[in-house]
Design a protein around this ligand. Structure first.
Ligand SMILES: C[S@@+](CC[C@H](N)C(=O)[O-])C[C@H]1O[C@@H](n2cnc3c(N)ncnc32)[C@H](O)[C@@H]1O
Length: 213
């Protein structure tokens, strides 16, 4: 598909240039990382997969609490930074496409994806979620952290306009889409939601319920 080809090309190019600045730009969302770990409530010793891990910020937050973490990303440039900043023995990174994860079925207790799905064309987003489901154990936990819109009208208007200024073309479609329906279709049952960043973001906690590939 043309749109997918374009996406892969642009994503790699974009992060090649932008990787060195990413951690500075996302400083305002630093506090969300620990909230994600707490909200996950993973058992001690859980194996965690962080999809589209970028520079590994969310992966490190899980590793800090003692979990065994694998972070994957398409961008070698982002992973170079993750590797450089990695001071944990219980986290490793590898290059992989979220739509074709190099793991056996049912490999992880928890899969997480943070601030990445909104950047993807809908076909890639759908495939990535399907792969997360496949790689997660049945009844395992799937964490999704991404943009949301506040409940009140003015907040929604302002946040949407603001985020649109710096996000790419797929953000608008993502935020207007029926994301809950996509999760259900992917085999994820939502168990909880935590609003963050004054409602401009949310952490969704789901359970893998589908028993199919
Ligand atoms: C905005 S960054 C988010 C990074 C990190 N999850 C975080 O919370 O800071 C988006 C990341 O998604 C990665 N990405 C985009 N499409 C991907 C795909 N198909 N497979 C794996 N990683 C992908 C990009 O390379 C980039 O590192």
């Amino acid at each position: 598909m043309e749109e997918e080809k374009k996406y892969y090309l642009l994503t790699k190019k974009f992060w090649n240039i932008f990787a060195p600045f990413y951690d500075i730009v996302v400083t305002p969302i630093s506090r969300v990382r620990d909230k994600v770990v707490t909200f996950t409530e993973a058992k001690i010793g859980s194996k965690i997969l962080d999809v589209a891990t970028g520079t590994g910020k969310q992966a490190f937050a899980f590793a800090k609490r003692g979990y065994d973490v694998t972070g994957v990303d398409l961008s070698e440039a982002m992973l170079r930074i993750a590797d450089k900043k990695n001071k944990y023995e219980n986290v490793k990174f590898e290059v992989a496409d979220a739509t074709n994860l190099p793991f056996e079925d049912n490999s992880f207790d928890v899969s997480c994806v943070s601030f990445a799905l909104h950047e993807m064309p809908s076909t890639i987003r759908e495939k990535a979620l399907k792969e997360m489901v496949r790689a997660t154990k049945l009844k395992g936990t799937i964490m999704i952290v991404d943009y949301a819109l506040p409940k009140n009208k003015i907040g929604r208007f302002l946040i949407y306009r603001f985020v649109k200024l710096y996000e790419g073309e797929h953000y608008s479609k993502f935020i207007k889409s029926d994301f809950e329906a996509l999760l259900r279709k992917s085999g994820i049952k939502i168990k909880g939601e935590l609003l963050v960043l004054l409602g401009a973001g949310r952490i969704l906690k789901g359970i893998r319920v589908a028993n199919n590939r």
